[in-house]
Design a protein around this ligand. Structure first.
Ligand SMILES: [Zn+2]
Length: 95
């Protein structure tokens, strides 16, 4: 399956091409998944001073516990709260 931008495609089809425009407007769609990254929150999640990981998209946090931020980045490719696809790059907050 190839994913594309139906709105951009629709702009390329002249108004008189009604059948083509209807096909594009009725084509199945999927929600674009946001892309984010895990950030380490050194000051804690708000309710604890324990290190936490924070989703850069929805700002939800969870306690790292025994894990490091790199473990989270290596093992959690999606945010369980908002579904964002997480970048694998090891980017530190405040850099
Ligand atoms: Zn999220």
């Amino acid at each position: 399956m190839r994913l594309g931008d139906l709105d951009a495609l629709l702009k390329l089809v002249p108004p008189e091409e009604i059948v083509a425009r209807m096909a594009i407007m009725n084509a199945p769609t999927v929600e674009a998944r946001p892309t984010g990254e895990w950030n380490e929150v050194e000051e804690g999640c708000g309710w604890t001073e324990i290190l936490c990981a924070e989703c850069s998209v929805c700002k939800s946090t969870f306690v790292l516990g025994e894990m490091t931020i790199d473990d989270v980045r290596d093992n959690f490719k999606f945010c369980s709260n908002c579904g964002a696809k997480m970048k694998g790059e090891k980017v530190r907050k405040n850099e």
